[in-house]
Design a protein around this ligand. Structure first.
Ligand SMILES: CCCCCCCCCC/C=C/CC(=O)SCCNC(=O)CCNC(=O)[C@H](O)C(C)(C)COP(=O)(O)OP(=O)(O)OC[C@H]1O[C@@H](n2cnc3c(N)ncnc32)[C@H](O)[C@@H]1OP(=O)(O)O
Length: 286
């Protein structure tokens, strides 16, 4: 009993010493630890790192962890969040295609509900958000980035909503958050073509706000953006952001069940299953 308490105390001391060194508080989001969180004690800004190798594809467990993290940030009155990835080349490969291929009914319901939760919490968060896009960011990966208020992308990667290239349509909340960033004209062109933008093209069209040389630079630039809000009342800021995004948020809030049923219907179509199967094979053959 005493030895256990000493072990616990030692562990706490070791972890607090390593966090003191960088002036960071560390917490993990839950049981599966697919999301790491480091809060800078000086600025109060949390760096949230997606950590599901090899490509951070968004499965039920990763979405659940991210959702819990967003709850914690909100209840801790976070000063801001930077979303990034532990991979050197991929921010997130989007939704885990295996969650949609040969779907198991209960799991696919839970999966889509978790995605809706993450979108509502991230797109509507009261604290400011920025994405340090340190790798490729197709489809659902791009969705996470466009939910944030600011995007800094490391050079030489690609980003976009490429769903039509997979033979599916981007769901309506993907489209509304894309339109919040791009003009309707640019959004329509990119969505129908399934365009994947290079970092430079993304900057030109306004899909990202800045280009960075590497991950550290992207986090630094995101931090500079978030620190600008030190001068602004957090209540006024949050109210303004949520007012601007209210229609999009209400659209999903009021139609969650319908959106879920549409997803289940779509992924259960034989033609969609065939397309997803071929796509999985093409990824494996690379
Ligand atoms: C009227 C209709 C109304 C709408 C109804 C709704 C319909 C459903 C909507 C569904 C919405 C979907 C949005 C999505 O997010 S779909 C996912 C789209 N993602 C992609 O297209 C990305 C695919 N991946 C890549 O392009 C590349 O992997 C990469 C991200 C560029 C990285 O390349 P890299 O060379 O580093 O890595 P590999 O390609 O070798 O991949 C490594 C292993 O990871 C597997 N992988 C990759 N991506 C995924 C994924 N998204 N899901 C699951 N698994 C993935 C890949 O197969 C490799 O596996 P292996 O090691 O076993 O071979």
């Amino acid at each position: 009993m005493i030895r256990n308490s000493i072990n616990l105390l030692t562990k706490k001391l070791i972890s607090s010493t390593s966090c003191q060194r960088t002036r960071m508080r560390c917490f993990s989001s839950g049981a599966t630890n697919l999301v790491d969180v480091n809060v800078n004690d000086k600025t109060g800004i949390a760096v949230v790192t997606l950590n599901r190798p090899p490509v951070n594809s968004l499965n039920l467990e990763l979405l659940t962890d991210l959702s819990k993290t967003l709850d914690e940030l909100e209840s801790n009155r976070s000063k801001g969040m930077i979303l990034t990835s532990s991979s050197k080349t991929v921010f997130s490969a989007g939704l885990d295609i295996l969650e949609m291929y040969n779907p198991e009914p209960e799991r696919s319901k839970a999966f889509w509900t978790a995605l809706q939760d993450v979108w509502l919490k991230l797109y509507g968060s009261p604290y400011p958000t920025a994405a340090a896009i340190n790798g490729h960011s197709p489809a659902g990966g791009c969705l996470l980035a466009i939910c944030c208020e600011y995007r800094v992308m490391v050079n030489d990667f690609t980003i976009g909503l490429n769903e039509t290239r997979l033979g599916i349509s981007a769901p309506s909340f993907f489209i509304s958050s894309f339109r919040n960033v791009l003009s309707t004209r640019e959004a329509e062109k990119a969505l129908t073509l399934g365009t994947m933008f290079s970092s430079d093209e993304a900057l030109k069209v306004g899909l990202v706000d800045e280009i960075a040389t590497d991950k550290a630079d992207s986090i630094n630039k995101c931090e500079n953006f978030l620190l600008e809000f030190k001068k602004v009342s957090s209540m006024a800021r949050a109210f303004t952001k949520q007012s601007l995004r209210k229609k999009d948020l209400e659209e999903l809030e009021n139609n969650r069940e319908q959106d879920l049923q549409l997803f289940l219907f779509a992924i259960n179509q034989p033609i969609v299953q065939k397309g997803l199967g071929a796509y999985i094979q093409s990824l494996k053959k690379k």
